[in-house]
Design a binder for this molecule. Structure first.
Ligand SMILES: C[S@@+](CC[C@H](N)C(=O)[O-])C[C@H]1O[C@@H](n2cnc3c(N)ncnc32)[C@H](O)[C@@H]1O
Length: 535
């Protein structure tokens, strides 16, 4: 699966616009997409305390060795596999234990001396059978790749077509404004808790009361973060990254939806120029250098994206890679890889899921964090198994009647599992497992609808335990996983995240209650958040 890549050629050096004052990608309009929403810099945080104690808590349970040297020392290193392709990846990997792949058709054989005589030993019937088998496999392969391309195209076209309605509309007119704000608050919370590195967090462990002293600037944070966003959409999270406790030096946004990428560039340009900033409050912190490219991050290797190559991507990440090479190269150059509301598109197939993980693990330095949010398979499992239980009870209550047997492979209407409410709907078009456990863990397609945001787009179940097991192959260690509403319960009284929720309109200042209808709460409970460490 490929997407057009109209990237400019890779810059020879990565310039810090804070130093040279050159905006990387200027542009005029403000942006937002549907399900996840934006956060503007000066509503997001109290500018008097932009870096906070939160970072202490997430590192408390972890004790690791020294962090990697700054990317600046890595920048000149040339170890990126610029000529690598996803096919190259698969050739170095061992076969998955999760599901045997269908055999690929044999490549046409060259004539070699003696070959004819060996061929002569196979009887014609056998040769015909083998040829038929090869043809069948080729045809299946072609059908599979066209279907895969079809789904990716639908997803890309959908996100490209999501209208940009403007911030004011989203905050006032939208029927799901509570949900939008809540999702944004969860994403900010993840960024606040998990984006800083251990060194940065350790400094705050040593100076526990700094957050109480609004006059005193936080300790010097000279080491800044390099962030890669897979599926960045229209750049809705740029403002959140601008307010990260540890300052961001570089933000790279990738997404196959080329129009979304243009919109993200525009939004970044607007932030750089200070346009669209509201008058109240202190000015936001200085903006990082940002780059945005159209890219399928789950179907393709990221090593051919110039800026990714420059920062550093390790081709040895994952199973089958050379352990020694990986140990010596020390991984990729990014501190954080983030993927918000996007990894479920990778679960179309094992190949894509592994490609996504190779990209994530390859880009992260040791100690780097992979943070994201996606649909929670526990919720799906529970809905699906309850659906089948109820269906069976209904069936057994029915008087025995002569039922028409379904055609081969056909799923009867009443066997199709779906749920939702006025604002969101999940619909499985095919059969689902009665116990709700998705085996094998790839390719379980459903369509997702969300009012004003997502029009029946195909998505795939991310069976959590299988995913977590797979991440181990890529040296990614699970540090945190939590359903959205549990995050709220845990963090709503936090001295930073609590007030942030009020500024973002997530909590009603008078009642202290969430500003969401029951339907919105049901919709957000479909998701959970995670953080992995690269070890
Ligand atoms: C619900 S949007 C989330 C956008 C953004 N992360 C946010 O939170 O605002 C899902 C995004 O995933 C992107 N996506 C779909 N397939 C992808 C792929 N193969 N690689 C990277 N991104 C993908 C879509 O184009 C879309 O922008």
């Amino acid at each position: 699966m490929t997407s057009p890549d109209p990237r400019p050629s890779a810059p020879t050096s990565y310039d810090d616009p804070e130093r040279n004052g050159t905006p990387a990608s200027p542009g005029p309009t403000s942006r937002q997409n549907g399900r996840p929403d934006e956060t503007r810099p000066n509503e997001d945080t109290d500018q008097s305390n932009p870096r906070r104690k939160r970072v202490q808590e997430r590192h408390q349970a972890r004790k690791r060795g020294p962090t990697q040297p700054s990317m600046f020392s890595r920048r000149g290193r040339s170890r990126s596999p610029s000529n690598r392709t996803p096919d190259d990846n698969s050739s170095r990997r061992s076969r998955s234990p999760l599901r045997p792949r269908s055999p690929t058709p044999e490549a046409p054989k060259r004539k070699r001396p003696g070959g004819g005589s060996r061929m002569g030993m196979v009887n014609p019937e056998e040769m015909r059978r083998r040829q038929e088998q090869r043809d069948r496999l080729l045809e299946e392969d072609a059908m599979r790749s066209s279907r895969d391309r079809g789904v990716s195209d639908v997803v890309r076209q959908h996100y490209n077509a999501v209208p940009e309605r403007g911030r004011e509309w989203r905050k006032t007119e939208s029927k799901i404004k509570g949900l939008r704000s809540f999702n944004n608050w969860v994403k900010s919370t993840l960024i606040q808790k998990f984006s800083p590195d251990e060194e940065f967090a350790a400094r705050f462990n040593d100076t526990k009361d700094w957050a109480d002293d609004s006059q005193r600037p936080p300790p010097v944070d000279d080491k800044r973060l390099l962030v890669l966003d897979l599926g960045c959409g229209k750049g809705g999270d740029l403002g959140k990254w601008q307010l990260a406790p540890q300052r961001v030096d570089l933000y790279v946004g990738l997404d196959p939806a080329n129009i979304s990428i243009e919109q993200a560039r525009d939004r970044y340009g607007q932030m750089r120029s200070g346009r669209g900033q509201r008058g109240r409050g202190r000015p936001p912190p200085p903006l990082f250098h940002g780059e945005f490219y159209p890219k399928d991050c789950f179907g393709e290797w990221l090593g051919d994206v110039g800026i990714v190559q420059q920062v550093g991507i390790d081709p040895n990440a994952g199973p089958g890679g050379s352990l020694m090479a990986s140990r010596w190269s020390g991984g990729g150059g990014f501190d954080v890889v983030t993927s918000m509301f996007a990894i479920h598109y990778a679960f179309e197939s094992e190949e894509k899921t592994r490609q996504m993980l190779s990209n994530v693990a390859g880009c992260l330095k040791k100690g780097g964090r992979f943070i994201g949010v996606c649909p929670n398979s526990d919720v799906i499992t529970s809905r699906v198994s309850t659906f089948h239980k109820n269906r069976k009870e209904k069936e057994s209550a029915k008087p025995a009647a002569a039922e028409e047997a379904p055609e081969d492979g056909e799923v009867q209407e009443d066997e199709r599992c779906e749920w939702g409410n006025d604002i969101y709907r999940v619909r499985f078009p095919g059969a689902t497992p009665e116990d709700g456990i998705f085996r094998p863990p790839f390719g379980w397609r459903y369509t997702y609808f969300m009012r004003e945001a997502v029009e029946e787009v195909p998505e795939y179940v991310v069976p959590w335990e299988a995913f977590r097991a797979l991440t181990e192959d890529y040296n990614l260690e699970l540090q945190y996983r939590k359903p959205f509403l549990d995050i709220w319960e845990d963090e709503k009284n936090d001295r930073e995240l609590g007030p942030l929720s009020e500024r973002m309109g997530v909590r009603n200042r008078a009642t202290g209650e969430l500003n969401m209808t029951d339907e919105e709460k049901d919709a957000v409970s479909f998701y959970h958040a995670f953080c992995f460490y690269k070890v």
